[in-house]
Design a protein. Structure first.
Length: 280
């Protein structure tokens, strides 16, 4: 992609909200912070803002790259920028890291003001409804009364749907990609397997792993492998996990036999390190 098609160097921003946020669980956050990035310019009428909602393992870093880390390109960089579908010559695009995320917004790794220690497993459960409620406060902070569009894929698409339900007067378009209003029973079962992989990791420490200076990496790897299987169509499954022998013959050993093994190894080493799992 040529430089003129990129938003270029970007930097995350941080917004502090001191008003309490009542969550769907009944718990209350006395205050919270959201980390976000913006691309393009908000017009005088404040009518050209587009919110991009991330999926379960995503972040606020939607486009561009960081000055000190040029290889860290935003996860939707191919869609956001001059002349791209989300044209930053026309739109003011916002990406935000949700509550409970592991990229700077208030979450399990944040300090609990009541205890002076990291929240860990004491961080309250958050839902899609809670994320959207927090995003609405960010919109107020940015001076955005109505989004031109809210867009997202997977869990991000669920947020776009929730915007249309919770704040229908504040959204002109909802773009829901590869998403649904709720999970299937099978998907819930897969999520439980992924959850058990994380909490059974000896480094999880009941959710207080940060106090021990460790991360449950092994459990996270297994959880990500399980999750990735649920993201693929039948055609993609055949491409990634098809029964194509690597060496043209069966070998009865623990070494790589089918392509599936090398692909799973790749997925296990390319996942982002998360904090405690968040129910969807």
């Amino acid at each position: 992609m040529s430089p003129e098609n990129s938003v270029g160097v970007v930097a995350p921003r941080r917004a502090q909200f001191n008003e309490p946020l009542r969550l769907q669980s009944g718990a209350e956050l006395p205050g919270f912070e959201l980390v976000f990035e913006t691309y393009g310019t908000l017009n005088a009428e404040h009518t050209n803002a587009v919110l991009v909602c991330h999926a379960l393992s995503g972040s606020h870093h939607v486009a561009g790259h960081y000055a000190d880390d040029p290889e860290n390109v935003g996860w939707w960089d191919n869609l956001v920028g001059p002349g791209k579908p989300l044209d930053t010559r026309k739109f003011f695009v916002v990406g935000v890291n949700n509550l409970g995320g592991c990229y700077g917004s208030t979450g399990p790794l944040s300090i609990n003001p009541e205890s002076g220690k990291r929240y860990g497993a004491d961080f309250p459960l958050v839902t899609v409804e809670d994320w959207v409620a927090a995003q609405a406060r960010l919109a107020d902070h940015l001076g955005v009364r109505t989004w031109a569009a809210v867009i997202g894929g997977s869990l991000g698409g669920m947020q776009a749907l929730e915007w249309s339900l919770q704040f229908p007067e504040r959204i002109r378009h909802a773009m829901v990609i590869a998403s649904a209003p709720k999970l299937s029973a099978q998907n819930i079962a897969f999520n439980e397997v992924a959850r058990q992989a994380i909490i059974s990791d000896p480094d999880f420490h009941g959710g207080y792993y940060a106090d021990h200076g460790v991360i449950p990496t092994r459990g996270l790897r297994l959880a990500r492998m399980v999750g990735h299987i649920t993201y693929l169509s039948d055609t993609q499954m055949a491409e990634k996990f098809g029964r194509q022998l690597r060496h043209g013959e069966h070998k009865f050993s623990y070494e790589v036999d089918f392509e599936i093994e090398s692909y799973l190894r790749y997925q296990a080493t390319s996942l982002p390190l998360s904090s405690t799992p968040i129910p969807i």
